[in-house]
Design a binder for this molecule. Sequence first.
Ligand code: KG4
Ligand code: ZN
Length: 345
Amino acid sequence: MALVLGLESTCDETGVALVEDGELLADVVASSMDEHARFGGIVPEVASRAHLEAVLPTLDEALSRAGRSLSQVDAVAVAAGPGLVGSLTVGNSAAKALALGLGKPLYGVNHVIGHAAVDQLVHGAFPDRTMALVVSGGHTSLLMVDDIATDVRELGHTLDDAAGEAFDKVGRLLGLPYPGGPHVDRLAREGDPEAIPFPRGLSKPKDMAKHAYDFSFSGLKTAVARWVEARRASGQEVPIEDVCASFAAAVADVLVTKTLNACREHDVETLVIGGGFSANSQLRELAQARGEAAGIDVRIPPLRYCTDNGAMIAALGHAVVEAGVRPSGLGIGVDSSMPLSTITV
Ligand code: KG4
Ligand code: ZN
């Protein structure tokens, strides 16, 4: 029996969760997103300050909902990176203080791998080989998971914008509110995904030779900007729904094509999709449809576990405790660019 407390503070969400024997007892999230909206992006200083104010109330609320006391906690897990250094520092300081005060082990774990691990709380233990696509405003990475606690390998990642970030930028150029992703998705559902043939990044044979599992969305975003500018310059109306649908189709197509190629080439039959961008309609539909056709079981946790939360950190923390991984110790630092093959520090 192990009761693991997970603490997340990599970006703008302060999350605390408790997992006992693979079961999620409580998951509480406080977000500072509203404070950033008027700046059109996350302001690191504002996020750090918000974590400082939210961390203790969030912890108290999680313990109360779980019906557990701090003295029952067996281990503390905290996201040690990647993320914003100030935000990470607040969460890690709190986690160290807790571990020290309780005399319990501390595990610094990888936030992005947590986005995959959380699915085990929802859909059960991963089979021996699982592919994970983690997509959000900050990350777009493809992970080969042989063992979520001890063996994860990054096969590829975005060379420029993350998928959500590309949606937010396209939202901005179309004059939609921040974050633009959900608005672009909503408009895309009214449009024709085949109206405009936008480019599929890093998909030509010469790019595939070197970047089979890497992604690039900045050329696509520029193509959308050029197309819209040309349309405006010629005095024609911009068919915003078709632009959104065709753009979203290009993003989903590349993500799903490369991910399913990776599954096939690595002999994997289970795919987990995590991160806030997994809310995207075209990605979900395409992954489910093409996954089914290819005999691949596509697992996507409910959205509240895909956006940043404490459950993902508690889930990964629980997995590493169960696997007997050695604790990190109180001397760990945060790593804003933690490599994605590093599960614990
Ligand atoms: O994981 P997340 O909540 O935050 C981080 O980036 O860490 O992901 C949010 C990102 C934002 O860029 C947001 O615009 C995008 O995911 N997003 C979407 C949708 N829902 C959220 N993008 C496209 N379609 C959506 N339905
Ligand atoms: Zn995240």
